[in-house]
Design a protein around this ligand. Structure first.
Ligand code: NDP
Ligand code: 8X3
Length: 253
């Protein structure tokens, strides 16, 4: 059987890079993108020793560029089996009334619109081949609200419902859809959220054992390798050190 092909967005760091390494180790061909060229070059160099890799810089917010990149895929990479919509970010943790509007727009443009552009560009091919799998990276933040989660959590709630609605549209095809919903995981996520403030980012993971990008790659790979008649709709994953809190109450004193 020929190798399967995974298209991974946001492969330059964290979950995306870990998934690239995991799928490469299992013999999948890889299409990798992200905005940082030097990271892509490094990944390509490392992984080309074990599998076929097509890597190119792409900003998923740019619909024209997404469509052009998919249209220009070399023939050996064109029959995509798995789209991993992973590229995404949280910006800021301020209460809504103090948030930077540009941060909100960047999260909507990346986490929602970028995911839509990639999905819309790749899904018709999957439906035509009657095979494929769209794996979206949602978040526990798409289900459980928390202070400062405002727009980030709302973008992940979009991802959750869009994933379910895709399943409804794809009924009758053999194309699968999964929403992976991680909790706290250590990657560059907090560094990006706190705009390069290392010490603030490090505090998030202080004294705890968060999920690792490899834990998420394990979940994505597992979902992707179930028998063809099985669809994992969603997977919610937290580190043992994370759980739920009671409702917050503001009392008149
Ligand atoms: P990282 O910051 O380590 O990785 C994010 C990746 O997304 C990078 O490769 C980055 O690449 C890419 N990216 C960001 N914006 C764009 C863009 N406009 N176009 C293309 N690529 C982009 O974080 P994680 O690995 O943790 O995050 C991956 C996903 O997991 C995100 O969707 C995040 O919301 C989600 N998530 C993270 C959790 C966590 O606790 N870490 C928990 C739950 C969900 P580049 O900068 O090179 O473009
Ligand atoms: C990332 C997890 O809890 O920081 O989606 O929102 S959290």
């Amino acid at each position: 059987m020929s190798s399967q092909i995974a298209f991974i967005t946001g492969a330059t760091s964290g979950f995306g890079a870990a998934c690239a390494r995991r799928f490469a180790a299992e013999g999948w061909y890889l299409i990798l993108c992200g905005r940082r060229q030097e990271r892509l070059d490094k990944l390509r160099t490392g992984l080309s020793a074990i599998t076929r890799v097509h890597a190119f810089p792409l900003d998923v917010r740019d619909e024209v560029a997404v469509n052009a990149a998919v249209a220009a895929l070399p023939a050996e990479f064109s029959g995509i089996d798995l789209l991993l919509n992973n590229a995404g970010l949280a910006l800021g943790l301020e209460p809504a009334q103090r948030c930077d509007m540009q941060d909100w727009q960047d999260m909507v443009d990346t986490n929602i619109k970028g995911l839509l552009f990639c999905t819309r560009a790749i899904l018709p091919g999957m439906v035509a081949r009657n095979r494929g799998h769209v794996v979206n990276i949602g978040s526990v933040a798409g289900t459980y609200p928390y202070p400062g989660g405002n727009t980030y959590g709302a973008t992940k709630a979009f991802v959750k419902q869009f994933s379910r609605n895709l399943r409804a549209d794809l009924l009758g095809t053999r194309v699968r859809v999964t929403n992976i919903e991680p909790g706290m995981a250590e990657s560059e996520f907090s560094l990006v959220r706190f705009k390069g403030d290392d010490s603030k980012a490090a505090q998030v993971y202080q004294g705890v054992q968060p999920l690792s990008p490899e834990d998420i790659a394990d979940a994505v790979y597992w979902a992707a390798t179930r028998p063809a008649h099985v669809n994992i709709n969603s997977m919610e994953i937290m580190p043992v050190c994370q759980a739920f809190a009671p409702f917050a109450i503001s009392r008149d004193v």
